[in-house]
Design a protein around this ligand. Structure first.
Ligand SMILES: Cc1cc2nc3c(=O)[nH]c(=O)nc-3n(C[C@H](O)[C@H](O)[C@H](O)COP(=O)(O)OP(=O)(O)OC[C@H]3O[C@@H](n4cnc5c(N)ncnc54)[C@H](O)[C@@H]3O)c2cc1C
Length: 453
């Protein structure tokens, strides 16, 4: 069978891997010159790696890790110490370290030992977390009508624990505040993380996600006969009289004909190419219910090390929510002598919530970031900023706000030869690399099952 896939993010690449592995003819069309979508990385004129966003692999990402192994990239990421690290003012750090016990005791004992939560926070959290740890998918879905803050307060948990512990997690997960994000993704994550000891481990790519993951995926697809086209934007579908796709048309007028088609486009790009005829199906109208979260990634090159923390860090009350010194976490990139790196820190910072930052000039954003960096890392006050970059993504992952989960579409569409992949489609993970990998696998498997009938 010949399958055309549009969009070469993790979802499109995962679908392609599944299909070439089963001997099908795969053509993958990507609108940009670089593969990877939200995980893409490119080199600037100094030879520095510019990331769309700082990316972490979690221990719970079973499907993504399976793909990394399949494409020979299983050694391309490194596990870090198993703890949540919160950067506080004047260089202080607070930790939530898991105890060396099976879950949920690892989290309960670890939580009791943290110094940034009060005794009441701890007691209220144990009470709060119980329904999440005992809950199943049905329970999680049933909680989608309220925000996480509402759920947290209904469970009697303290405001202080919300602000100190969970706000950073909501911002890291979906780039929105706890009083905006739905309870559903937060408590789903609590379940994974509170019942599976390894699920919360963080790993960083040895180089960066582009070279350590996307490039091996590209090589695997091509070495198994798949063809990849870049600078190839899907513009529209031409239909047969039964609404199925006759062929796809690219922006340059080139047509693509296949037995089946997979859209691995972000939802806001897909809605632009949906023919009006298909809007009679609720399935396609529902796609308009999704809104993308704005987010900004800022990278700073400094002339000296401002931290020795080789791990992901969270902070609250700052313009950045999660960040790392990638000169430490990613030891095969961002090193002295490569590009601008001078042996100093290379900070990669995810700025969220970012709706107010979208219209600001990059140098103003950098100034705001540096102000908070000076507050959290005293050594930076004497450091020289060698270079900075700012990448703005106005519509990144879909906003997981209340009552949106039910609109996540199945990978099988009402159009017989069209299937959807993408982190927003219905799979048990939230929008993430793991969610995208699962969606690609499901789209490919459902396509083969449906088209073989
Ligand atoms: C700043 C940031 C930090 C993040 N951190 C993490 C993290 O630490 N861990 C984690 O698991 N996840 C993280 N994520 C989320 C993760 O990146 C995404 O959930 C995932 O990569 C989405 O993959 P996707 O394939 O569904 O979509 P995308 O990556 O958006 O891929 C879609 C592709 O379709 C292409 N496309 C669009 N329109 C067309 C068209 N008309 N024709 C052809 N191609 C088209 C796009 O160019 C893109 O390449 C982060 C995201 C951001 C933005």
């Amino acid at each position: 069978m010949k399958i055309a896939i549009f969009g070469a993010g993790v979802a499109g690449l995962a679908a392609a891997i599944e299909l070439v592995d089963r001997g099908h003819t795969v053509e993958l069309y990507e609108k940009r010159k670089v593969l990877g979508g939200k995980v893409s990385v490119w080199k600037d004129s100094d030879g520095d790696s510019i990331e769309s966003g700082l990316h972490i692999v979690f221990g719970g990402y079973r499907q993504l890790q399976e793909y990394l192994k399949r494409v020979g990239a299983e050694k391309n990421y490194l596990w870090k110490e198993h703890s949540l690290i919160y950067a506080e003012s004047d260089g202080k750090q607070s930790y939530f370290k898991k105890a060396n016990l099976p879950s949920p005791w690892a989290e309960v004992v670890g939580g009791m030992q943290t110094d940034f939560l009060t005794l009441w926070d701890k007691i209220s959290l144990i009470k709060e977390l119980f329904p999440a740890l005992a809950g199943n998918e049905e329970y999680f879905r049933s909680q989608d009508h309220m925000t996480y803050s509402e759920w947290h307060h209904l469970r009697g948990a303290s405001e202080h624990s919300l602000q100190k512990l969970w706000r950073a997690i909501a911002l890291a997960m979906n780039f929105i505040e706890p009083n905006v994000i739905s309870a559903r993704p937060m408590i789903t994550i609590f379940k994974y993380f509170g019942t599976d000891y390894a699920a919360t481990k963080f790993a960083f790519f040895r180089k960066n996600p582009g070279e350590s993951m996307i490039e091996p995926m590209r090589q695997y697809i091509q070495s198994h006969g798949g063809r990849i086209f870049v600078d190839a934007r899907l513009s529209r579908f031409e239909l047969n009289s039964d609404e199925t796709i006759k062929h796809a048309v690219l922006h340059d007028g080139h047509t693509v004909e296949a037995d089946a088609y997979i859209s691995a486009l972000p939802v806001h790009n897909l809605t632009k190419v949906i023919p009006n005829e298909w809007l009679q199906h609720k399935y396609f109208r529902n796609l308009h219910e999704f809104t993308g979260s704005p987010v900004v990634n800022c990278q700073l090159w400094l002339d000296r090390k401002i931290t020795d923390t080789d791990n992901l860090m969270f902070s609250q009350g700052t313009i950045f929510a999660t960040f790392a010194d990638v000169s430490l976490t990613c030891p095969d990139d961002f090193q002295k002598g490569t590009g601008t790196a001078d042996g100093g820190s290379v900070m990669s910072l995810v700025l969220a919530p970012a709706h107010q930052l979208m219209g600001l000039p990059n140098d103003v954003i950098t100034e705001l970031v540096m102000k908070d960096i000076h507050d959290r890392f005293p050594k930076s006050r004497d450091a020289k900023l060698l270079k900075s970059t700012v990448v703005k993504i106005p519509q990144s992952v879909y906003k997981a706000v209340p009552d949106v989960d039910k609109f996540r579409p199945n990978q099988i569409s009402p159009i017989r030869n069209l299937f959807l992949a993408g982190d927003y489609t219905d799979q048990h993970y939230l929008a993430s690399m793991e969610g995208a990998a699962l969606s690609g696998k499901q789209a490919a498997e459902k396509l083969l099952k449906t088209m073989d009938r």
